[in-house]
Structures are given as C-alpha cells and as structure tokens.
Design a protein. Structure first.
Length: 276
C-alpha cells in the first residue's frame, strides 16, 4: 500500500492542506502583480462575441436531486458577482477572485462536488463548475487567452442534451484550483451571465467585432474498453476563420479526450463502442 498523502490522513489535515494551497496562491499572485478585472458596467457592450445556455437541473443517475436544486441557488449567487464584469486590455479574469468566498454564511448551499479520484460528494458551494464551464466555452470562441485551466479527467455522467463537445469543461476548487483568462486584445470585453427558464445563460461581449470567428467541433467520438474499464475517446479542434473572407486561417487541437467512464457502462450506447 502506498504512503498516504498528508491531506488524506484526516479531515483536519485536509483543511490544513487546502489552507496551505490558498496561501501559496495568494502569495504567487502578489509576487506577479497580476492585473485582475474588477470593473463592472450595467450597460452591455454592443457586440456579442458568443452566447450560450445550459440546462441547470438534470436528473443524474445516482445523484440526489436536492443537490441539483441547491446548485441553482449557488449559480444565482455566482451570477451576481460575475454579471457585467469588464476585462480590459491586459487584465486577467480569475474565477475565484471574482466570486469570492463560497460559504454557508454567504448563502451557498450543499451541492455536488468532485473529490479526490473523481469521487462524487456534497459540499457547500457545489455545482459552480457549470459556471466555469460556461465561461470557458465563451472564451474558446474568442481571441482571449486561457492562462489557467484544469480539465475534468473522467466521464462522470452519460450525456443528456449536451450541446458542446465533451471535455471542454473545467474543474474549479475554491480558491487554489482556478480558471483564468487574460485579454490580449486592444478592446474591453464583458461577461454577462443570468438564469432564465431553468438554464444558465451567458454572453461574451466586446466593443466591436474581432477580425476572426471561431468554430469548435468534436471528431472520432467513441467508447473503448481497455482491460476492465471503459474510456471515452474523441478529439476537439478549433477552427479560426477570417471574418471578412470566410477563409480558414488555422486549425488548433484543443483537447485529446481519453476519459475514464465513471458511470455504469450499461448506459453507454452499444453503437458507440469500438475496438480501435
């Protein structure tokens, strides 16, 4: 048996380890003197770069529906901290610096979180990964530069009305596992997020259209059995297209998915299982 990590010894040790990582994060930011986005505007910028909506409550196999409903409360609180935020040229967006503390005292409820080794559990503020996923999708469809990203490495649930390529989400843990992007362009961008008709909706806006547009697609999607486990396989590419001419400028590989299926393999559609 391998040696236990300090954070696995006891709940107290875990809290100490989290505190250590939080302090390390804060010290690193202070030394780098990063310029974080802090300005809000109630007036939307005129140009919509990308928009998207995702369903908030899904009936997930083996997951307490109350945790899903609590997630809606948590997402609404996060919306109030993000909506209208402007990221000026040269500034960095930090998910956790923007949202702040996600405690019961702040109104957050028990939601679904992903623990060590992909274990699903409940935790205060759970479900905010969906907000990070939304923002990341908007950013992928723009010239903004992702500077910190932590992918979910496992396939936790079967698809239910998925509208974006698998694997394009991001994992966040307050506050040391962050999601960040910077604005290398010459104009301000703005994030708008809100809840409507049971969905989380978002827009990335700018002062004027950018010279390129972006299209993401998933290829070679299938499941493969390796030993006693199943894995979800696919490749996600981003096409950069000249807005004026419609010509493809370049093709970028965003992700090579090789994700362990954590749910019941019986839920995998048989026609999506391949040997290659």
């Amino acid at each position: 048996m391998g040696r236990k990590l300090f954070c696995d010894i006891s709940p107290t040790c875990y809290r100490i380890a989290v505190r250590k990582e939080t302090l390390r994060r804060n010290l690193t930011d202070a030394l780098r003197r990063s310029r974080f986005a802090r300005t809000y505007s109630a007036d939307p910028l005129p140009n919509i770069v990308q928009s998207h909506c995702s369903i908030l409550v899904r009936r997930l196999h083996g997951v307490d529906l109350q945790l899903q409903e609590n997630k809606v409360t948590n997402i609404a609180l996060a919306c109030s901290r993000i909506n209208g935020l402007c990221v000026r040229p040269g500034e960095t967006f930090s998910f956790w610096r923007t949202i702040g503390r996600t405690t019961a005292a702040e109104g957050y409820k028990e939601g679904l979180v992903i623990g060590r080794a992909g274990k699903l559990m409940s935790g205060v503020g759970g479900g905010l990964c969906q907000m990070a996923n939304m923002i990341h999708w908007l950013v992928l469809n723009s010239p903004l530069t992702v500077t910190e990203l932590h992918h979910h490495t496992d396939a936790l649930f079967p698809d239910e009305r998925r509208r974006v390529p698998f694997g394009t989400g991001t994992s966040v843990v307050n506050n040391y596992v962050d999601y960040r992007f910077c604005n290398p362009t010459d104009q301000t961008v703005q994030l708008l997020v809100w809840i409507a008709d049971g969905a989380l909706c978002g827009e990335l806006r700018s002062e004027s259209p950018f010279p390129y547009r972006y299209r993401l697609g998933e290829e070679n999607h299938h499941f493969r059995k390796e030993g006693d486990r199943y894995y979800r396989i696919s490749q996600v590419d981003r096409l950069v297209i000249d807005r004026a001419t419609g010509a493809q400028v370049r093709r970028e590989r965003v992700l090579d998915n090789h994700s362990l299926v954590m749910y019941d393999p019986a839920l995998i559609p048989p026609d999506q299982i391949r040997d290659d």
